[in-house]
Design a protein around this ligand. Structure first.
Ligand code: ZN
Length: 357
């Protein structure tokens, strides 16, 4: 959000006031106080209206607004306006899910009419209004699927697709693996195979944070610009996938999944090394506007469940470091549920090559 809009909100609504920051991340402050409004300018009016409604409801009660703002961001094409109320634990109250399939918990109102109404107001903006408001320009919009999900109007979407990254055209052979893109002929079979494997392993919910059903199944598509399938060297045995999503500001998010029967053999590490080598060595080419472009991921982010010892081990061996406390990687497999702890990691080119030596 631009400075002007940001300041109008902070100066109009005292509970949105943030202190001057002295360091990048201050663990004593909420995510909102650390990062401000994590959405684009198109949602300025919506945030203004939401806070105005909160102010009016408190005014009816003759009370000062006593909400603590935890985090305000755009996620899966919807607004997340996380807050806590006095006397209740802080925290982000949501289970993330694909395509907005997550579950949102509002702070307990304990029968308090005021807090019940506030939850309703916030719910209306999160679930009805934000999904219909273009995040870039504020005009009526609809959620758009892609490697990153936004609510956009037709014209912003057209602009967005014009510069959209096309397929990364890479096939990599490592000692034991062949890493490649699905073809248009095989992509449906490949998707079905992947969904069957992850569901049978009982890992769909913990990986995506959403229930396995027709709706969630339908949004999973391994045919993403920066996704690759992992095969054994016979080029026929499909063992999982590896890929990047959400390429924004040079930060990209890593995902990988190896089918259960092929685990503990170092395949994930071998595949990750192969694509990280290319990425950090500027050999990761994609097609953009018909021209080859280098994907520049200066910072690769990844999230794993705290109890997923294997994935943690894989990432740490590759040089990934744990993020500073409270710094979120907001991918679908993050914050699976409030009670499930997850760990966020980052890797820079420097860390990666330092670790290789
Ligand atoms: Zn727009």
């Amino acid at each position: 959000m631009n400075k002007e809009h940001d300041e109008i909100l902070q100066n109009t609504f005292p509970w949105l006031k943030r202190p001057e920051k002295t360091k990048d991340y201050d663990r004593n402050l909420t995510l909102y106080k650390n990062y401000g409004f994590e959405c684009s300018d198109g949602w300025f009016q919506l945030l203004y209206d939401l806070n105005k409604e909160i102010a009016d409801r408190y005014a009816q009660e003759g009370k000062e607004v006593d909400l603590k703002i935890e985090q305000i961001k755009s996620k899966w094409a919807h607004l997340c306006f996380y807050y806590s109320i006095p006397g209740h634990a802080d925290g982000i109250q949501a289970i993330d899910g694909i395509g907005g399939a997550g579950i949102r918990f509002y702070p307990e109102s304990d029968g308090n009419e005021l807090y019940k109404d506030i939850a309703q107001i916030v719910d209306k903006y999160e679930h009805e209004i934000s999904g219909k408001t273009c995040e870039w320009c504020g005009q009526p919009g609809t959620p758009r699927k892609g490697s990153w999900v936004y609510t956009l109007c037709d014209s912003c979407y057209e602009q967005h697709t014009k510069t959209k990254i096309k397929n990364a055209n890479i096939s990599v052979l490592t000692e034991r693996l062949w890493i490649t893109k699905p073809t248009t002929r095989t992509v449906n079979i490949i998707n079905e195979e992947y969904l069957t494997q992850i569901a049978e392993a009982g890992e769909f919910e913990e990986y995506y944070g959403a229930e396995f059903c027709e709706e969630t199944k339908s949004v999973i598509d391994l045919n993403q610009p920066l996704f690759f399938l992992i095969y054994l060297c016979d080029r026929q045995t499909y063992i999982g996938y590896v890929g990047f999503t959400g390429q924004e500001d040079d930060e990209i998010f890593l995902e990988f999944y190896i089918f259960t029967e092929y685990r503990n053999r170092g395949y994930a590490t071998e595949a990750l090394q192969a694509i990280l080598d290319r990425l950090f060595d500027n050999r990761f080419l994609v097609e953009e506007d018909g021209k080859p472009q280098i994907v520049r991921g200066h910072r690769v982010l990844a999230t794993v469940r705290e109890d997923n010892e294997i994935s943690k081990h894989i990432l740490e061996n590759l040089g990934f470091k744990r993020n500073p406390d409270g710094e979120y990687v907001d991918l679908k497999l993050s914050i699976i549920a409030p009670e499930v702890a997850s760990i966020d990691y980052h890797l820079t080119k420097e860390l990666y090559f330092e670790n290789k030596i």
